[in-house]
Design a binder for this molecule. Structure first.
Ligand SMILES: O=C(O)CCC(=O)N[C@@H](C(=O)O)c1ccccc1
Length: 372
């Protein structure tokens, strides 16, 4: 395809409730959306970089800058661009995986819409519905945490993930385990808030039969995660550390992770996410789909990804209403009956969602940029 223009849209989306993690509190998403205009039609992609460089080194202003000054000009100059060529064409720029992923996703959306294929069909999805978990932030009090969790259980979510940090871990986990009962699926996410010195403390989570403990240590400290895995029963799962399929293999082979959280934006795009899925499947390592508070664009793509056979654990593919009162596309709503706690995999061309351009314009934080 020839890319004629690349649009950058900055949209403000308030969260239905504050979302607190070990690295801060979010009350809104400032999301960068990409629309590519090609000779085969348009496509939308979503950049998962947050407003601040706290989850990773990427942040939305940086992503917009590197797209405007490096990545978009390269694709606009190229005589032919396909989703499969984007990573190679942009490889001369180091890092900036979330920015690259947004462009690749937009190109993939345009490419697949042009031939009437869905993301799910292109990825090799084997399910029509995916099991959904939900991520629960650090709460002002235990009672407020329990009320929020009870609400999600009532909505049918298949798995609860609690954000933890030093001082907010054992008691919240104990109380939520009590609320869920012994069979409820429960896991925790530390977002690098601990160090190996906390190993004995983290071992005290073992009696609560957690599915996993996610990213307890610094994203570059693979060795400490391997050491922790030797002393605790709870399986260790990496998120921030896993930037590519190659790093996933290294972490798995070093015993640092026995379950992998896959986020397309973190690894540079959905095509690399497929490679992570495939290598984890070969190594018999379960994966699940992480979330970055995506709008309907990224949420649709994540649900399609989560429909692959290696995604055997419920992911953070929650209903749109978990985060947003209104979304830029038809909201994702949990199924009922036999599909309780599940989201249906979109079957329309590309992501399968139609972006409400009036919504995007109305929520624009600044005039959109059109690069040619
Ligand atoms: O369900 C979601 O989309 C959010 C899931 C979630 O907890 N995401 C966390 C994470 O550390 O994985 C996150 C949120 C915002 C920004 C970065 C990371």
């Amino acid at each position: 395809m020839r890319i004629d223009a690349i649009e950058l849209h900055r949209v403000g989306m308030p969260l239905v409730r504050p979302f607190e993690t070990s690295f801060g509190v979010q009350t809104a998403r400032e999301v960068l959306l990409i629309r590519v205009r090609t000779d085969a039609g348009d496509g939308w992609g979503e950049c998962v970089a947050g407003t601040e460089p706290f989850y990773s080194s990427e942040y939305v202003d940086g992503a917009a800058h590197v797209i405007e000054h490096y990545l978009a000009p390269t694709l606009l100059r190229a005589p032919d661009v396909t989703a499969a060529s984007v990573a190679r064409q942009l490889g001369y720029v180091a890092g900036h995986r979330m920015a690259k992923a947004a462009l690749e996703a937009a190109v993939l959306d345009a490419e697949l819409r042009a031939v009437g294929r869905s993301f799910g069909e292109y990825f090799g999805a084997t399910a029509e519905w995916v099991d959904c978990g939900v991520s629960v932030g650090i709460a002002p009090s235990i009672d407020e945490l329990l009320a929020e969790v009870a609400g999600y259980v009532a909505e049918g979510y298949k798995r609860i993930k609690l954000k933890v940090k030093p001082g907010w871990d054992l008691e919240p986990v104990a109380r939520v385990r009590e609320l869920l009962g012994p069979d409820g699926l429960l896991q925790v996410d530390a977002n690098t808030a601990y160090t190996l010195a906390d190993a004995e403390h983290l071992k005290r989570l073992d009696p609560f039969d957690l599915l996993l403990i996610e990213q307890p240590f610094d994203e570059e400290d693979i060795a400490s995660h391997a050491a922790l895995a030797q002393v605790i029963e709870t399986p260790v799962c990496l998120d921030e550390s896993i930037l590519s399929a190659a790093i996933a293999v290294d972490a798995i082979e070093r015993g640092a992770t026995s379950i992998v959280n896959i986020k397309a934006g973190r690894v540079g795009g959905y095509l690399e996410a497929l490679r992570v899925h495939d290598i984890c499947r070969e190594l018999s390592v379960p994966v699940w789909c992480g979330g970055m508070l995506e709008t309907g664009i990224g949420r649709a793509a994540n649900v399609a990804l989560a429909a692959l056979p290696g995604f055997t654990l419920p992911g953070d593919t929650s209903a749109s209403g978990r985060y947003f009162a209104d979304d830029l596309a038809e909201p994702f709503v949990l199924g009922s009956g036999e599909h309780a706690g599940q989201l249906r995999v979109p079957t329309g061309p590309g992501t399968g969602v139609e972006v409400d351009e009036a919504f995007v314009a109305a929520r624009a934080l600044s005039p959109h940029r059109t690069l040619r």
